[in-house]
Design a binder for this molecule. Structure first.
Ligand code: BDR
Ligand code: CA
Length: 323
């Protein structure tokens, strides 16, 4: 059985990704570690615990991690996911508690226990992962694979014109990860829009089902739905973290991947958090970049219909939770 650690700044789309993992029979979630991002660490941790209670399958330990980025002040996404990160729907009243111990120490402990077996999926800023690498690079080099929802891929940013939220919050941490040599699959924001997002009819399908998990998944994304409507005039819920989880759980949804060199901008200017992907053969004049090592695999195309079918099935058929 694959052994997974989920590192998350649990906001509304992280919650859906966590539900997918908790219902998957192919993986074992060994721990969930939390980080400040969408909302502050304390709230992200509560949101994560509530999500586990909604799933009500098994209860991996939840460890709190970094409350702020490595060097910068925290920048949150409350305008997108709500004050509580979960759409401000009064959904968050967890009765279970997080475990003692710091996320960074627990990540390292698990990798030492299962060398070359642990796969990590990061759904928020990379602060915990960077700290673990800075503390014990040898141990972190024994991570089997990191799946990371971050960067704007080959498209524009969602936080600044060039930066995606998870990288923008803590680009210095992202740099530590990119330079670590850990095998890394990146799921960028560019593949999460358009047909990959849940459309009105799919939202209705989940709300009409007799299943409290499916309801929770849509309700917690109400603020995101409103945000998209106000800003684009269209009704949809984009799900970047669930797509990253989908790539981990269902490799068959990946249609194209680009092995490439990725570099993040950390200068404190307009490019802060921009990730440049080199070596996809478009740079014919500046071909000195072709020789850079290929440090990441960037997912550039998914089968969105297959992804959404699987997502809807896993949420609707979580029988234990039928209302
Ligand atoms: C990422 O930022 C957050 O808003 C989401 O949870 C996702 O991890 C998308 O840019
Ligand atoms: Ca997230």
């Amino acid at each position: 059985m694959r052994k997974i650690i989920i590192d998350t700044d649990t906001g509304s789309d992280d919650a859906v990704a966590i539900l997918m993992a908790m219902f998957s029979e192919e993986i074992e979630v060994c721990a969930i570690t939390t980080v400040s991002g969408n909302c502050h660490l304390e709230q992200a941790t509560k949101n994560c615990l509530q999500t586990l209670e909604i799933a009500n399958t098994y209860y991996p330990p939840v460890y709190k991690g970094s409350h702020k980025p490595l060097f910068r002040d925290l920048f949150t996404a409350k305008g997108v996911h709500g004050e509580d990160g979960m759409g401000d729907q009064s959904l968050i009243h967890p009765t279970i508690k997080h475990h003692d111990g710091h996320a960074v120490d627990k990540i390292l402990e698990l990798i030492k226990k299962y060398p070359y077996e642990i796969e990590i999926i990061t759904l928020g800023p990379l602060t915990n992962i960077a700290k673990a690498i800075l503390l014990d690079k040898d141990t972190m080099s024994q991570v089997k694979q990191i799946y990371s929802m971050g960067t704007s891929g080959l498209g524009p940013g969602n936080c600044t014109p060039v930066s995606e939220f998870n990288v923008y919050v803590d680009a210095e941490s992202y740099k530590v990860l990119l330079e670590s040599g850990i095998p890394m699959t990146i799921i960028g924001f560019d593949i999460c829009l358009g047909d990959s997002a849940l459309q009105r009819k799919e939202i209705d399908l989940l709300m009409e089902s007799e299943n409290k998990t499916a309801h929770f998944a849509i309700q917690c994304n109400q603020r995101l739905y409103q945000y998209n409507l106000e800003n684009t005039g269209q009704e949809f819920i984009d799900l970047p973290d669930p797509i990253a989880m989908g790539v981990l759980l269902w490799p068959e949804i990946v249609e194209k991947e680009l092995k490439t060199h990725a570099k993040v901008m950390t200068n404190q200017d307009e490019t802060y958090g921009q990730v440049i992907f080199y070596g996809d053969k478009r740079l014919v004049l500046a071909n000195q970049y072709q020789s850079l090592d290929k440090n990441v695999s960037l997912v550039t195309k998914i089968n969105h219909a297959l992804f959404k079918t699987k997502l809807i099935n896993i949420l609707k058929n979580s029988q234990k939770n039928s209302t």
